[in-house]
Structure formats: C-alpha cells, structure tokens
Ligand binder design. Structure first.
Ligand SMILES: [Zn+2]
Length: 86
C-alpha cells in the first residue's frame, strides 16, 4: 500500500458532512478536519471529526494501515452534538 497525505486542514463545516471514521454526521457550524490524500494511486477526500482524526492517528500509529468506515465510534459523540448545537 502507498499512502500520501496531500493536505490536512481544520475547517468549519458550512454544511453537514459524514465522518469517514465513525460515519456519524459532522454538523454544520462545527470544526472538522478535511484531508486529501492518495492511497494506492486513488485520490481521497475525507472529512473527519477532530476527535476521530486523533483516534485514527492512534490507530495508524499502532501499525495499522487500513480501516473500515463506520467500524469505529466517535469518542464523546453525545457531547459533540451538545457543543455543536447549544
Ligand atoms: Zn467521526
């Protein structure tokens, strides 16, 4: 496998996105991570909850190279919903 990160930036959601890690919505108005990369020659454009991106960093840091979207739950999702929609 070959993975290369093109760009990763924290940005504010102007509409609802779906997090590639936990498959829960990223709510409009909340801060999230936008990542573009290539994986085995395929262009990827992913949105992440900030907490999920940290989770993923741990996952890949443990030597894993792949993941299944929706297999991981976002940490503190209930709290996140409260913060995004006070
Ligand atoms: Zn997520």
């Amino acid at each position: 496998m070959s993975y290369s990160l093109l760009n990763r930036s924290a940005t504010k959601a102007r509409k609802t996105h779906v997090c590639i890690w936990c498959c829960f919505p990223i709510l409009s108005g909340s801060q999230y991570v936008r990542e573009t990369s290539t994986y085995d020659g395929h262009f990827q454009n992913f949105a992440w909850h900030e907490a999920c991106r940290k989770d993923a960093d741990d996952w890949f840091g443990n030597g894993e190279s792949e993941f299944t979207p929706g297999d991981s739950e976002m940490p503190f999702y209930a709290l996140y919903k409260l913060e995004a929609h006070p």
